[in-house]
Ligand binder design. Structure first.
Ligand code: ADP
Ligand code: MG
Length: 313
C-alpha cells in the first residue's frame, strides 16, 4: 500500500542563492525536483506538493515597488497568489512531462490555496520571514533608512528583507485535495505557505499582508489531509548540529527528545532550518514520519537510507 506523502519544497531550491532569477533557471531547478518527485509517485504513493516562495515573492514585490509610478502596487497577499500561480505552473507542467516520459499514471493539478491566520497574531508586530534578494550589511542599512524595510541576517548568507510571518491556522480546500488524491492526481497546493487571509465572525475571508512559512503551512496541510509522511526537501542533504562550523555534525535518525534538546541548544536558524525542525518535530510527535533531506534524495529518504528523520522514539 502506498503512503500519503506531503512534500514541501524550498523556495531557495527553485531559485538558488546568487542564481539569476530567469524563468529558464527556475524551470531547470524545478525539473530536477519534479524528476525525483515523479519517482515517489511511481513508487505508488499519493503525493501532495507544497513549496516556498521567498525569493520569488520578494522579486515580484520588488517589481511592484520599482514600477509603482507606472502600474499601481498590489498587496502582498495578491503577490503571494501570483507566485503560487507561476511556480505551480512550472511544477505542474514539468511533473506532467516527467510522468508522461516515464509512463507513470496520474494527473497533476495546481490549486491556488488560501491559508487562514489570526489577525491578532503577535508576528504582525515582529517581522521574521526573509524574502527577496540578498544584500550586504551596508546596503541593508541604507534600505532600512531609505525605504523603511525591516532587514535581517539570513543564516550567514547575507541580509534580506523580512516581513511578518503569522502562524497558519487552517488550510482551505482540503476536502477537494483529498478527492483529487483518491482520483490518482498529484496536487500542488499551499505554495508559499498559502495566500494569507483572515476570517471575520461570519467566516468571510479577506487577504492580509504577510508571508506564511511554508514548512509550518506544510505541517498544517499534512495534518489536515491525514498524511502518513511529511517530507521537507531543501538545499542541504541533512540537518546538522553546529551548522557551518568546523565541528558540524550530520544528523540521520533523531528521536523527539534529542530533537527538542537540539532546538533548545539553538542549532537551527530562525527563518530557515528553525521552522523545518519545528514542523518536523510537531508531525513526529503525532507518531508519524517526518523527513528533512535534499531534493535529489527524496526516494532514498522515503526508503530510510538518506536524509534526516525525526522519529517519535
Ligand atoms: P528552503 O528554501 O528550502 O526553505 P532555507 O534557506 O529556508 O531553504 O533553509 C535551508 C537552509 O537552512 C540551508 O541552506 C542552511 O543554510 C540553513 N541552515 C540553518 N541551520 C541549519 C542546520 N542546523 N542544518 C542545516 N542547514 C541549516
Ligand atoms: Mg525556507
Amino acid at each position: 500500500m502506498g503512503k500519503r506523502v506531503v512534500i514541501a519544497l524550498g523556495g531557495n531550491a527553485i531559485l538558488r542563492p546568487n542564481q539569476e532569477a530567469t524563468f529558464e533557471n527556475q524551470l531547470k531547478n524545478v525539473e530536477i525536483s519534479t524528476d525525483s518527485i515523479s519517482n515517489v509517485k511511481k513508487a505508488g504513493h499519493q503525493v501532495i506538493i507544497t513549496h516556498g516562495n521567498g525569493p520569488q515573492v520578494g522579486n515580484i514585490l520588488r517589481q511592484n515597488e520599482e514600477a509603482k509610478d507606472v502600474v499601481p502596487q498590489l498587496p502582498l497577499d495578491a503577490l503571494s497568489a501570483q507566485s503560487q500561480g507561476f511556480i505551480g505552473y512550472m511544477m505542474e507542467q514539468s511533473l506532467k512531462n516527467a510522468l508522461t516520459e516515464k509512463e507513470i499514471s496520474g494527473n497533476v493539478i495546481t490549486l491556488l490555496t488560501e491559508t487562514e491566520v489570526d489577525a491578532n497574531d503577535t508576528a504582525f508586530n515582529n517581522p521574521t520571514k526573509p524574502i527577496g534578494v540578498f544584500y550586504t550589511e551596508e546596503e541593508a542599512k541604507q534600505l532600512e533608512q531609505e525605504k523603511g524595510w525591516n532587514m535581517a541576517e539570513d543564516a550567514g548568507r547575507g541580509y534580506r528583507r523580512v516581513v511578518a510571518s503569522p502562524q497558519p491556522q487552517k488550510i482551505h480546500g482540503v476536502s477537494s485535495i483529498k478527492a483529487l488524491l483518491e482520483n490518482d492526481t498529484v496536487v500542488i497546493s499551499t505554495g508559499g505557505g498559502g495566500i494569507p487571509v483572515v476570517a471575520d465572525e461570519k467566516g468571510l475571508l479577506k487577504g492580509i499582508e504577510a508571508v506564511i512559512d511554508k514548512d509550518l503551512s506544510g505541517l498544517r496541510l499534512a495534518e489536515q489531509v491525514d498524511a502518513d509522511v511529511f517530507m521537507i526537501l531543501t538545499d542541504v542533504s541533512n540537518v546538522y548540529l553546529n551548522y557551518g562550523k568546523p565541528d558540524q555534525k550530520k544528523l540521520e535518525t533523531v528521536t523527539l527528545d534529542e530533537a527538542n534538546q537540539y532546538v533548545t541548544e539553538g542549532h537551527f536558524a530562525a527563518g530557515s532550518m528553525g521552522p523545518k525542525m519545528e514542523a518536523a518535530i510537531a508531525f513526529a510527535a503525532q507518531g508519524k514520519e517526518a523527513i528533512i533531506c535534499s531534493l535529489e534524495n527524496a526516494v532514498d529518504a522515503l526508503a530510510g537510507t538518506s536524509g534526516t528523520r525525526i522519529v517519535a522514539k
